[in-house]
Design a binder for this molecule. Structure first.
Ligand code: TMP
Length: 205
């Protein structure tokens, strides 16, 4: 059986960079690591991602329609990619997973918690990550990094400070679970990578 690890955090927290560095480190040690992301990860999922990120669609997403699209992407991703990879003994590193739904849709959009929990379990076949790495940065820092990046903010990135404060608070609550490993996202890239590597080795090797 493989290992399933997810990366979570605010916009521009550095999780994609860290996911990539961990994958490279694992491969250098001879492990079969795959990198994937949500929403997305499959052709169908990437199409759903485009729809979800786009601010160009006419009309506003209802929060129920939005959560169902994230879960649709996840269901496809689990069946087509993640579950087969885990069964084949691979290490799956996934950029966002069901915790994103819990905090963005459940906490920040206030979708009913029982519904979120049921839909998360349904889409993921009840498979919970073996470890979740949370890169913690504050709302101000997240906004500063989005501005520095220069690219136009997508639909969700365009939400206000109040929305993202709820996202951050939601993550901090979830992170009390032992599945989580929280790293201060304000440290240097190398320092964060070192901490993640050490914790991964401690938990699995
Ligand atoms: P990212 O992968 O570039 O971080 O962007 C994905 C965006 O989608 C980000 O704004 C967080 C959001 N998101 C949700 O709102 N719910 C989810 O379940 C997932 C996976 C992502």
């Amino acid at each position: 059986m493989g290992i399933f690890v997810t990366f979570e955090g605010m916009e521009c927290c550095g999780k994609s960079t860290q996911l990539h560095l961990l994958a490279r480190w694992l491969r250098e040690r001879g492990h079969d690591a795959i990198e994937t992301r949500e929403p997305g990860g499959t052709d169908i999922g990437e199409s759903i991602r485009e729809l979800l990120r786009s601010g160009n669609v006419s009309g506003t997403f209802s929060s129920r329609a939005e959560i169902l699209l994230f879960e649709a992407s996840r269901a496809q991703h689990m069946e087509e990619k993640i579950l087969p990879a885990i069964a084949a003994g691979k290490i799956v590193l996934c950029d966002r997973f069901h915790d994103s739904t819990t905090v963005y849709q459940g906490v920040a959009r206030a979708v009913d918690a029982d519904a979120v929990s049921f839909l998360n379990g349904f889409a993921s076949h009840g498979r919970v990550p073996d470890m979740t790495i949370l890169l913690d940065i504050g709302v101000r820092e997240s906004f500063r990094r989005m501005d520095a990046r220069g690219a136009i903010r997508d639909r969700i990135e365009s939400e206000d400070e109040n929305f993202f404060q709820k996202v951050r608070d939601g993550y901090r609550m979830l992170a009390e679970d032992v599945r989580f490993f929280t790293v201060d996202g304000m440290s240097s890239i190398a320092e964060i990578h070192g901490k993640i590597r050490d914790e991964f080795a401690r938990r699995f090797f």
